[in-house]
Design a protein around this ligand. Structure first.
Ligand SMILES: NC(=O)c1ccc[n+]([C@@H]2O[C@H](COP(=O)([O-])OP(=O)(O)OC[C@H]3O[C@@H](n4cnc5c(N)ncnc54)[C@H](O)[C@@H]3O)[C@@H](O)[C@H]2O)c1
Ligand SMILES: [Zn+2]
Ligand SMILES: [Zn+2]
Length: 392
């Protein structure tokens, strides 16, 4: 089959790889209709997560048709149109029973790397390096889906492919941040990052009853998209006085919940802060640039909550621990728990409460994947997400 492969730092190519096969009775094989780029893939592309091997197939967000079914699968049949959670989870371990699916003890076939790095291994993720399970990714014509009864969800007939695709990851990630960040009715919420994840976190906060939601990003075109399709307020990092605007909206207190949806390749901040972080990351004296996280912690109200949705690899310098402690903040983070939210997200998509298709700014055949990634990385032509059609 055709697949988009990582062949080195900032190097991609489309080639032939073996078709996937059922390896376990709980597997299904999905013929991919649509698969989409994610900010997380940029960290792999740029070499910031050093556990890729040349030839690895990228991609973790996808929707398609079930074409083969293992003998123990109960919920799916050949022909089902399914959207699949980007994280692989067994549904039975202690973590899955707490609905913390991305922490599944059985989702990562190769836990040694992350156990060494973080103490314990989280679950696995399609196409997301050998540290996260070494699964073959979804930028391919077919994907093997393990634990299919748990991770694949039949899409209601009246929800389009274009919309449902984003239940796989971006929408579920946004919901994870707003829900576990503790957004409550009446809250003021600030979200750093207006990519697919930040926009979906803002929409989730609105649907959970936030009174006012701000999305902050340096890119005006993404902010304009956010105002139009998400329907919340925006602030331009580097131009607007973000602090003053957030204070004004909260009677001088600051936002109740601050969601970081930028991650380890953040820009922004003062020129000194930016140069410091880039130099330390370049010299491998830190793995992550936590600029937006620092801002979220700084602007959050006393006693408020900061949620880290952006992906971080290991160590970040100048972490404002004093602010966390003295302001009584709660800081949490997570990879998304798709299995927990996807059925509810599909219902909201069906009712038109959750609109996602505007994120797919560029749609193309899989063979044009390298160009799609280049556009997504450089944000050329307003690219927010490149969607690939592996089977035409
Ligand atoms: N937790 C999860 O399960 C999960 C799932 C998917 C993606 N992610 C992560 O979420 C993050 C965002 O993903 P995305 O797909 O939206 O990425 P993206 O690259 O499309 O968007 C990131 C946005 O952050 C903006 N930005 C950069 N510096 C900023 C700053 N200082 N302040 C405000 N905004 C700033 C950029 O301009 C860009 O618009 C990434 O780190 C990605 O890896 C996490
Ligand atoms: Zn993703
Ligand atoms: Zn599990």
């Amino acid at each position: 089959m055709r697949a988009l492969q990582w062949t080195g730092v900032n190097e991609l190519s489309v080639g032939e790889v073996p078709d996937p096969e059922l390896l376990d009775d709980r597997d299904v094989i999905v013929k991919v209709r649509r698969t989409v780029t994610c900010g997380s893939d940029l960290h792999l592309l740029g070499g910031y997560i050093p556990f890729m091997r040349s030839g690895d197939v990228l991609g973790h967000e996808f929707l398609g048709d079930v074409v083969e079914v293992g003998s123990a699968v109960r919920n799916h049949r050949v022909g089902d149109r399914v959207v699949v959670s980007s994280f692989v989870a067994c549904g039975q371990c202690w973590y899955c029973r707490q609905e913390l699916y991305s922490l599944c003890d059985n989702g990562n076939r190769n836990p040694a790397i992350t156990e060494g790095l973080w103490g314990f291994a989280p679950g696995g993720c399609y196409g997301y390096s050998h540290a996260m399970g070494g699964y073959i990714g979804s930028h391919a014509q077919y994907v093997r889906v393990p634990f299919a009864d748990v991770g694949a969800f039949t899409v209601p007939g009246d929800v389009t492919d274009e919309r449902a695709l984003f239940a796989s990851d971006a929408a579920a990630t946004g919901w994870t941040g707003a829900d576990l960040g503790g957004v409550s009715p009446g809250d003021v919420v600030a979200v750093w990052g207006a990519g697919g994840v930040g926009q979906m976190a803002a929409r989730a906060a609105m649907l959970l009853g936030a009174e006012r939601v701000f999305v902050i990003d340096p890119l005006e075109e993404r902010l304009a998209m956010t105002r139009r399709y998400v329907g919340c307020d925006t602030l331009r990092e580097g131009t607007d006085d973000v602090g003053a605007a957030l204070l004004e909206a909260t009677a001088g207190r600051g936002p109740d919940v601050c969601i970081e949806a930028v991650g380890m390749e953040a820009g922004g901040g003062s020129p000194l802060e930016d140069a410091y972080d880039r130099t330390k990351q370049y010299l491998r004296l830190q793995t992550d640039r936590p600029t937006a996280l620092r801002h979220a912690i700084y602007h959050c109200r006393k006693g408020g909550s900061v949620f880290v949705l952006g992906v971080f690899a290991a160590l970040a310098d100048k972490f404002p621990l004093g602010a966390v402690m003295n302001k009584g903040l709660t800081v949490r983070g997570a990879q998304m728990h798709g299995q927990r939210y996807i059925p509810m997200l599909l219902e909201r998509m069906q009712r038109g409460e959750l609109v996602t298709e505007h994120l797919a700014t560029h749609v193309m055949p899989l063979d044009e994947g390298p160009r799609g990634y280049e556009m997504f990385k450089t944000k050329e032509d307003g690219c927010v997400r490149a969607v690939f059609l592996p089977n035409g």
